[in-house]
Write a protein that binds this ligand. Sequence first.
Ligand SMILES: Cc1cc2nc3c(=O)[nH]c(=O)nc-3n(C[C@H](O)[C@H](O)[C@H](O)COP(=O)(O)O)c2cc1C
Length: 206
Amino acid sequence: MEFSEIVQQRRSIKSYLPDKEISDAELKELMQEVVLSPSSFNLQHWTFIAVRDNSLKEKIQAAAWGQEQVLTCSVLLVVCGKLNAYQDAPEIYKDTPQGIQEKVLPIIKDFYDGKGQLQRDEAIRSASLAAMILMLAAQNRGWATVPMIGFDPEAVSKLANLRPNYIPAMLMTLGYKKDDPRPRDYRRPIEEIVRINTLDGPGLMG
Ligand SMILES: Cc1cc2nc3c(=O)[nH]c(=O)nc-3n(C[C@H](O)[C@H](O)[C@H](O)COP(=O)(O)O)c2cc1C
């Protein structure tokens, strides 16, 4: 499929065929594209908890405003961000030339150490970029998704056994579309969303 077709066709789909399964092998293939997502200093803050167990899905559904797609999806993903991912830098950089390691590792430590808000921003930023790739990669393979923030993060963290250094950035359902969605909702015009040079600058011409 053409990339622009994938982008055009991706929608938040909340109604799924309940008996459609996604195998570990197919999920793994998808994830092999997701891991190519960008992240600052290549820290790859993301971890995905793939929830397949129905009783666990039910509990998460109760913590997610009862949203139907949480239960009927083929797999529910808890998209997590790692707050202290910067501490993984020595492992991530272990195969890079020594000279680069010596330069970059202290910069990374200095940039993140003791900066809780930045660590949280980065965990959410990286997990969200990876989640976007996941949605497009899924769409390319005929699967549908919905990203979700309608959930109680403390309850979901507990149910997914997240350690305190992980946060649930969003939930993501993945399933096989049952019905076509209604037409797309309003999108803000390009003239409004792109400003030249400064926020009060002109919009794009043409
Ligand atoms: C961060 C984020 C959180 C969202 N949370 C929910 C949610 O909890 N429940 C839901 O039904 N849709 C949720 N959505 C889906 C949006 O409603 C949807 O993306 C938007 O209406 C645009 O529609 P489209 O995705 O079909 O283009 C969320 C989307 C994003 C990006």
